[in-house]
Design a protein around this ligand. Structure first.
Ligand code: Z5A
Length: 207
């Protein structure tokens, strides 16, 4: 039996994670694996409510530490309700963002100390890390122009360019430290080439 894998897609807004998630899931299914597709924040009723709270423009002030804890609260529920049960059933899980997003956004973007994120990650998922993390990398100019052409800016997308430069730098720093788990793909290429690169990566990396 093929081993279940846990694959995450990461990157700043507009780099193409949504279509890349579908590309990964299709490839896995084509190679005989059952797949659960999900996202963060989200994937459960609680997670989707947290998502609405943190993404919508509303009158609710959210301090950076509260934002960090909301992400991990949603993640704890997601792991309990969706991710761990799927892996236990032998299904592969493809997730649009996971804890690397917290390091990038709340760590790099908001400037929270990384030791807080380390502690929360240890508490919430211990050593359950993705088998493979695909970082779709493009400049904030490219990502934000695509995201803004598609829909109005949400609470994160309304941040300034420097915020996304810090987020991108934090992602690249994590990718270079954890080169065995991460793969970086140039997301500024056209979509067909990005997806061809993803399929080649999966063929090379998965058992
Ligand atoms: N967040 C956080 O702060 N901490 C955490 O721990 C977690 C999340 C888990 C929700 O994420 C927010 O939560 C996120 C970080 C924060 N910030 N925001 N906003 P999200 O993943 O749901 O939101 P998103 O990153 O904004 O999603 P997105 O804008 O939909 O990005 P995307 O999925 O990467 O892009 P896309 O929808 O696939 O593509 C955007 C458009 O570009 C679309 O019209 C595509 O057709 C087009 N596109 C995509 N690829 C290409 C290429 N290669 N060429 C040309 N056009 C393309």
């Amino acid at each position: 039996m093929t081993q279940a894998v846990f694959i995450t897609l990461e990157g700043i807004e507009g780099v193409g994670k949504t279509s890349a998630v579908a590309c990964v899931a299709d490839w896995l299914r084509d190679h005989g694996r059952a797949v659960t597709v999900t996202r963060e924040p989200g994937g459960t009723e609680l997670g989707e409510r947290v998502r609405a709270l943190v993404l919508e423009h509303n009158d609710v002030p959210i301090a950076p530490l509260a934002e960090l804890l909301l992400m991990f609260a949603a993640r704890a529920q997601h792991l309990e309700q969706r991710i761990r049960p799927a892996l236990a059933r032998g299904e592969s899980v493809v997730c649009d963002r996971f804890t690397d997003a917290t390091y990038a956004y709340q760590g790099g973007g908001r400037g929270l100390p990384l030791r807080h994120i380390d502690s929360a990650a240890e508490l919430v998922h211990g050593d359950l890390w993705p088998t493979l993390t695909v970082l779709l990398d493009a400049s904030p100019e490219v990502g934000l122009s695509r995201a803004r052409a598609r829909s109005a800016a949400d609470r994160f997308e309304s941040e300034k360019l420097q915020f996304f430069e810090r987020v991108r730098a934090a992602y690249l720093e994590r990718a270079s430290r954890e080169a065995r788990r991460f793969a970086v793909i140039d997301a500024s290429q056209d979509m067909a080439k990005v997806h061809a690169d993803i399929r080649a990566l999966l063929a090379a990396r998965l058992p």
